[in-house]
Design a binder for this molecule. Structure first.
Ligand SMILES: Cc1cc2nc3c(=O)[nH]c(=O)nc-3n(C[C@H](O)[C@H](O)[C@H](O)COP(=O)(O)OP(=O)(O)OC[C@H]3O[C@@H](n4cnc5c(N)ncnc54)[C@H](O)[C@@H]3O)c2cc1C
Length: 356
């Protein structure tokens, strides 16, 4: 009998689609299903999964299962774990692929235990080599890549975002089988009473952006005139982020200055830090300015495909093979010029739209 794969996902809380990473994982599941000649089942969790199910109706799944209802609208360990467990049992799959969203990351290790199976998180690829499944993930801050093979089944694999092309297909009519789950009272004790999020203009971390812009401590250092120019740095960077839609990263030295109560860029927090003790974002392109390019920082650029840097120092870390292109230039001048070009472009495209 052929293998069975379950693609497990939850509906995004904001709308009726799935989070973007889910479509990437569905892409991986569809590819693997074809490679292995397996059967694909889709399992969805949410308040109402009908609209989301239509977006994946053409993915070639034999069955679309759902655990749905108001009690499954928000992330909550007992209800999410019960829903995921019921879907896994109903699908009877040997391999369960799920997106590494915070909601599923929290529950699927527990679900694997309940199913007497195993789980791997932070997986970046999953492929079949001569019929044997191999998952890869990074260790030691993205310095060592491990290949994982497992005999235990079911095997739950949580895939990271940005590693696979998103599955794209036309929406269609979806036949959804509802899987009943009765929650004990204790499972609904925790209630989400509201969401506090930063104001949208303060939101500088944009995982889906094409470009990662990284600011280093140089922005706060004394410049050629012997003075610092923090206000100017803030204005230039914010204008660039607005005009380019880039995501903002920071070096450790820069974000640490907040804690040391020095004058800093007001919008930069520890969440922006990229590197060994920071994050490892995934973007097609990266531009670093006023950052030296030291190894503990650059290890956070592991998954940036094309790297460019602006530094006054022609002998900086980037120059030693860490960037594809290094501009030996003053970042204040470069960003002012870039902002002028971006403003000119948006005026030209606005004019083009306004032309009769
Ligand atoms: C265990 C460990 C973990 C670490 N983890 C991290 C981490 O996660 N992330 C991280 O970032 N760092 C990390 N570090 C620190 C890291 O080694 C570096 O110290 C840090 O990244 C340096 O930051 P920086 O380049 O912004 O500052 P600096 O080293 O001070 O460099 C500033 C640069 O700005 C340039 N500059 C100044 N003015 C201009 C201008 N007008 N135009 C252009 N260039 C200009 C200068 O030439 C200089 O190269 C870690 C260190 C250790 C030991």
């Amino acid at each position: 009998m052929s293998q069975s794969i379950l693609f497990l996902a939850h509906v995004s809380e904001a709308g009726n689609t799935l989070p973007k990473v889910s479509y990437e994982v569905l892409g991986a599941a569809v590819k693997l299903t074809k490679q292995l000649g397996a059967r694909l089942t889709i399992g969805l969790i949410g308040a109402d999964v009908a609209a989301a199910a239509e977006t994946v109706a053409a993915a070639g799944a034999e069955r679309i299962l759902a655990v749905a209802g108001p009690e499954f609208a928000s992330a909550r360990y007992p209800s999410d774990a019960a829903a995921a467990e019921a879907l896994c049992r109903a699908a009877g799959a040997e391999l369960i692929l799920a997106p590494a969203t915070s909601r599923l990351m929290r529950v699927l290790a527990g679900v694997a235990h309940r199913l007497n199976g195993c789980v791997d998180t932070h997986v970046t690829s999953l492929e079949s080599v001569n019929g044997e499944l191999r998952a890869t993930r990074w260790h030691y801050r993205q310095r060592i890549e491990a290949v994982i093979r497992r005999d235990a089944r079911p095997w739950i694999v949580l895939l990271e975002s940005g590693c696979e092309a998103a599955w794209a297909g036309a929406s269609g009519v979806a036949k959804v089988e509802q899987i009943p789950v009765t929650l004990p009272q204790a499972a609904t004790r925790t209630v989400v009473s509201g969401v506090r999020a930063p104001k949208s203009d303060a939101q500088t971390i944009r995982p889906d952006a094409n470009l990662l812009f990284v600011a280093g401590a140089g922005w706060t250092k004394k410049q050629a005139d012997g003075k610092t120019h923090i206000d100017q740095a803030e204005t230039l960077i914010l204008e660039f982020l607005r005009a380019s839609g880039a995501s903002l990263g920071g070096s450790k030295s820069l974000v640490d200055q907040t804690g040391e109560s020095q004058a800093v860029l007001g919008f930069m927090t520890h969440l922006n830090q990229v590197g060994q003790t920071g994050s490892t974002p995934r973007h097609p392109k990266g531009l670093s300015a006023c950052c030296h390019g030291e190894e503990p920082h650059v290890v956070g650029w592991r998954f940036i495909n094309e790297r460019r840097a602006v530094n006054l120092d022609p002998n900086c870390g980037w120059a030693r093979g860490k960037a594809d292109v290094l501009y030996v230039a003053d970042a204040f001048e470069v960003l002012a010029k870039l902002n002028a070009i971006l403003a000119q472009r948006s005026r030209t495209s606005a004019d083009a739209v306004l032309q009769p």
